[in-house]
Design a protein around this ligand. Structure first.
Ligand code: G3I
Length: 371
């Protein structure tokens, strides 16, 4: 099917997808001949993108996939405080600027991740060692100054900030005990969001976490996040949206989805007026068989079911994968498969070829209701 000069891209996309969905055989066109994921998503009012980090930036094939498929990017590590504030008194923006520059030159939007990762292991060592000795007044002054510098440096290019990341301990459902909370208590979260609102007034302010739909410690994690969201509202803390990382198969077992409990969780969050994002989508195949076709098929099926459920919420209008090519995924190191075979968690394989997961994402966007 070709688009004549009068056929709009949107009509062309719809026509091609209708043909693809109507055939029993999965569309196996090379990705370059398929409608881009960002186009299929945009047709429903959804931004689609992925993360980009220093290692990935060095790979021209990876960048080609981003240019073709994505309309929003998020730095994988370069906006984190252990990079920006690696040394006391200095702000190292260079790594983040490279990614922001690529996004700008590629006409893509940019998410910010993250202003306060309230977990000691992801703080700069010097800050982890020194913050506890500060008074509450000095601690607040430090945090506000850090957020002011970072928000003002990247300015209006960042349309959405993960202001706070992963502050709920999934074991207890409580706000994690960290050097920040020991000095400032729960107020550290108010300070972070109020500073972000003041210094990035244009940006969507997000609470980002990895609560899962899978059985296990997820129930405690989900309950803790809901209590946190309620407390934000009760204390009029400016949080606009919940970032649901969506690392499927990683925090439990890919076969143990709690669909009813998960829907109740998401319903409660939107019921409090929060918008939604999928911020770090990938699918761990750690618990799946070694056979690649079988693994890819199951990963695609789980992804499609999850995305269909999530995209039924019109409050959800941003979907980002945590990487587009398997070999760069954090999952290769985090919890390897028992057979030590590389995992296949992303839409493209290591030959930069699209996988069934890519088709599942495209199909989920194609069948989603328009925002
Ligand atoms: O850049 C250094 C390199 O110079 C050094 O030789 C090497 C030795 O370990 O470390 C390199 O830094 C690593 C960095 O990734 C860049 O590759 C860090 O050790 C490593 O801890 C870091 O891991 C990142 C992790 O967050 C911690 O920041 C992963 O790439 C990144 O995918 C992961 O992403 C997180 C999200 O931010 C939050 N949600 C969970 C998600 C997965 O853990």
């Amino acid at each position: 099917m070709t688009a004549d000069r009068h056929t709009s891209r949107r009509e062309f996309v719809r026509g091609l997808l209708a043909a693809a969905i109507s055939t029993s055989v999965p569309l196996r066109l090379p990705a370059a001949e398929q409608p881009a994921l960002e186009a299929v998503a945009a047709d429903k009012g959804i931004l689609f993108g992925s993360c980009l980090g220093a290692v990935r930036m060095a790979d021209p094939h990876y960048l080609d996939i981003l240019r073709r498929e994505c309309s929003v990017l998020v730095p994988e590590n370069e906006f984190k405080s252990y990079v920006i504030a690696a040394e006391p008194g200095r702000y190292n923006f260079a790594p983040g600027e490279r990614i922001a520059g690529f996004a700008k030159s590629s006409g893509m939007k940019l998410r910010g991740h993250t202003l306060l990762w309230n977990r000691p292991e992801f703080m700069p060592q010097w800050l982890r060692d020194s913050f506890g000795a500060l008074s509450a007044r000095s601690g607040e002054a430090y945090l506000r100054k850090y957020i002011r510098h970072v928000c003002r440096h990247f300015g209006a290019q960042v349309h959405s900030w993960d202001v706070v990341n992963e502050t709920i301990d999934p074991q207890t459902g409580q706000v994690r005990d960290t050097p920040f909370t020991r000095v400032l208590g729960f107020d550290v979260l108010r300070i972070a969001y109020e500073a972000a609102r003041e210094y990035a007034p244009h940006a969507q302010l997000v609470y980002n976490d990895y609560m899962s739909w899978e059985a296990g410690q997820a129930e405690t994690h989900r309950a803790g996040v809901l209590r946190l969201l309620e407390r934000f509202r009760r204390n009029r803390i400016p949080v606009d949206a919940l970032g649901i990382q969506s690392h499927l198969g990683n925090d439990g077992n890919i076969h143990a989805a709690q669909r009813r409990e998960w829907t109740a969780f998401v319903d409660e969050a939107v019921g409090m007026g929060y918008r939604l994002l999928i911020t770090e989508f990938d699918v761990s195949d750690r618990d799946l068989p070694a056979d690649i076709d079988a693994r890819d098929a199951e990963v695609a099926a789980v992804a499609r079911e999850y995305l269909d459920l999530m995209l039924s919420y019109r409050e959800l209008d941003q979907v980002l994968c945590w990487g587009m090519v398997d070999k760069y995924s954090w999952l290769q190191q985090f919890r390897p498969r028992a057979d030590n075979k590389p995992q296949r968690p992303n839409p493209y394989d290591d030959a930069y070829e699209p996988k069934r997961l890519r088709e599942a994402i495209a199909a989920a966007f194609a069948s989603a209701p328009r925002r």
